[in-house]
Design a protein around this ligand. Structure first.
Ligand SMILES: [Zn+2]
Length: 235
């Protein structure tokens, strides 16, 4: 069955680090894929400043989505600006209503910084409120709650995955998508000494070790009614 698969990442590049392989496989099996990003990356550099930086980050996010032919939705909050408020809950509910996903991928609520943990909270809440017709947003067409899966926090802490996706065959695509974010790749390398392709490779190899393949991504279903499904939906 062809599905609509949406992933909401906190910053441009978080989707690539955590679920780009899964999204590539979804696309290959015929699903529609929607890559949505909370923040515009406005504080993600040590030298380049906004608004120039925001333009670069938006362009990089769109280029990455284009690699697999995914739709790209940019919510455009400033970095450090994601906060679980009534207003922002309505924004997330609206983008979910527009996308009408069967599957929604989100960060974990205990992820390492506020844009991440608040994206998790807002995505979780919106995955329910999208179904309530009288909860009004600008796009007032309610949709059923999607099945929700969360990826573990950066560094692998605190969320024990139960569903693994073998991404070995799409590893090069995932890498290509991540490298679309050249501003981040170079920043982290020059400023923090982190090669985040290597970081991503180590993480995917470790998850692969856990499930007996070369490279894997992993998730845990959100165990909240009615976003849990009995059947396997991930590739
Ligand atoms: Zn981030």
């Amino acid at each position: 069955m062809q599905m609509r698969v949406m992933a909401i990442g906190p910053h441009p590049d978080d989707l690539e680090l955590n679920c780009a392989g899964t999204l590539a496989l979804c696309k290959q099996r015929g699903d529609d894929v929607i890559m949505c990003v909370s923040c515009n990356g406005s504080q993600g550099h040590y030298r380049i400043r906004s608004p120039h930086l925001q333009c670069i980050r938006r362009r990089e996010a769109r280029a990455s989505a284009a690699v697999i032919g995914a739709e790209c939705i940019l919510i455009d909050l400033p970095d450090s600006g994601v906060y679980p408020s009534m207003e922002q809950r309505a924004i997330y509910t609206e983008v979910i209503r527009q996308a009408k996903p069967d599957i929604l991928l989100l960060p974990a609520p205990n992820d390492y910084m506020s844009d991440h943990s608040h994206t998790a909270t807002l995505g979780d809440e919106a995955s329910f409120w999208c179904s309530v017709p009288l909860y009004e947003t600008g796009y007032n067409s309610a949709c059923p709650p999607p099945a929700v899966y969360i990826w573990p926090p950066m560094g692998g802490f605190g969320v024990e995955p139960t569903e693994y996706v073998d991404i070995t065959d799409v590893w090069e695509i995932k890498k290509q998508m991540l490298l679309c974010h050249q501003s981040q790749y170079r920043w982290l390398l020059e400023h923090d000494g982190i090669d985040y392709v290597e970081f991503m490779a180590k993480t995917a190899r470790f998850r692969g070790l856990q499930c007996g393949v070369k490279y894997a991504e992993c998730f845990r279903p959100l165990d909240k009614w009615p976003r849990l499904r009995a059947e396997r939906l991930l590739p």
